[in-house]
Design a protein around this ligand. Structure first.
Ligand code: PLP
Ligand code: COI
Length: 339
């Protein structure tokens, strides 16, 4: 068993191998029984479909140690369902929901010591992924696949925690209409790396991608959806067929509606940004990360919530979501799965 040697107080968002991970293989048309392994390495054929034609999909979710000591995951069934949708789009055999949930439970149970203590505010980030192991040289789906799920202890995704970040409008596109932007496939992230490095070189924390057909509507960043708040405290979030349907966003929309906020899920024009009071990114890794400023080719759009802290509406949503995850706020039915 790997020794648990983690600097809990200074966790960022990086990979650190933990004791056990789950592996299952799909061969000859069916899933074999999966199980835990302590081997963090994958050995595959040189011509495996993942290496040649990028046939891979993944998920991201977190396990938490709650205030009263319970160990839980947040809506893992939603990740299981989304990975089924992603797999179908890339002609891969979907991982059945029960098998996905069993993998989550087993990995969390076997690595409880790697989950950050409640007081640190951290979590065990879980990364389920499915990839083609069978060799292919002509362009076609492979005939063998592997499903794995590992975990790594994490703190904040952005290095300054919940301090507002500055993002830029990218000249590059993330997803085409009718493409793969609405599924969680590694290929979407590979193509965002060049604009990501460019944004960083130019002093920005992230990119805002626009719709690639007209470049007038806001889509998402490389790893999170957008939430905006208007002057009258309506929450606005982009509707698009080429963004990832974020589980965090769907959860926040429900919580916001329950709290009495009006929520609009609709196309959001880039030109509307100046009218918003608050802006944030939401996702499993990001939770809610406030955006203080968007820069569009030199033109600065500064949100009234400022560069010092998250605005009041997003803070309320953040506290409610974090409270549910950490066990201090009652969760809607079925959102918390106790291990
Ligand atoms: N959009 C992209 C491109 C992402 O990678 C993620 C992260 O998973 C999200 C949005 C947020 O989705 P979720 O809230 O399900 O983590
Ligand atoms: C997540 O939030 O789980 C993601 O997959 C985003 C990724 C960029 C870390």
């Amino acid at each position: 068993m790997a020794k648990v040697n983690v600097d809990w107080e200074n966790l960022g968002f990086s990979y650190q191998p933990i004791s056990q991970r789950y592996v299952a293989n799909f061969k000859e048309g069916k899933w074999e029984k999966g199980g835990l392994t302590d081997d963090a390495n994958v050995v595959i054929n040189e011509c495996a479909g993942i290496l040649q034609y990028c046939q891979e999909v993944f998920e991201g979710l977190k396990a938490y140690k709650q205030k009263d000591g319970k160990v839980v995951t947040f809506r893992p069934d939603m990740n299981a369902k989304r990975m089924i949708d992603s797999a179908k789009r890339l002609e891969m055999p979907p991982v059945p929901e029960e098998m996905f949930l069993e993998a989550v439970d087993e990995v969390v149970r076997a690595n409880v010591d790697w989950i950050p203590p409640y007081e640190t505010g951290g979590a065990l980030y879980l990364r389920p992924y499915l990839f083609a192991t069978g060799p292919v040289i002509g362009v076609k789906p492979a005939d063998a696949y592997q499903f794995r799920l590992f975990g790594t202890p994490v703190g904040s995704y952005f290095k300054n925690g919940v301090k507002p970040i500055t993002i830029c409008v990218s000249d590059y596109d993330r997803a085409a209409p009718h493409g793969t932007g609405n599924i969680k496939a590694g290929l979407n992230y590979a193509m965002s790396l060049y604009p990501y490095i460019l944004a960083h070189q130019n002093g920005f924390d992230e990119n805002m991608y626009l719709d690639s057909a007209t470049r007038t509507y806001v889509e998402e960043t490389g790893g999170a959806n957008f939430l905006f708040v208007t002057k009258d405290h309506t929450i606005v979030t982009p509707k698009s067929d080429s963004i990832l349907p974020s589980i965090t966003r769907r959860s926040l929309v429900k919580l916001a509606e329950d709290m009495g906020y009006k929520v609009e899920t609709r196309p959001v024009k880039l030109t509307e940004l100046e009218e918003f009071e608050e802006c944030g990114l939401c996702g499993t890794a990001a939770v809610i990360c406030p955006v203080g400023k968007v820069v569009d080719h030199g033109k600065e759009i500064c949100f009234p919530s400022g560069m010092d802290e998250m605005g009041p509406v997003l803070t309320k949503l953040y506290n409610t979501l974090r409270g549910i995850q950490m066990g201090t706020v009652e969760a809607p039915e079925g959102w918390i799965r106790e291990i």
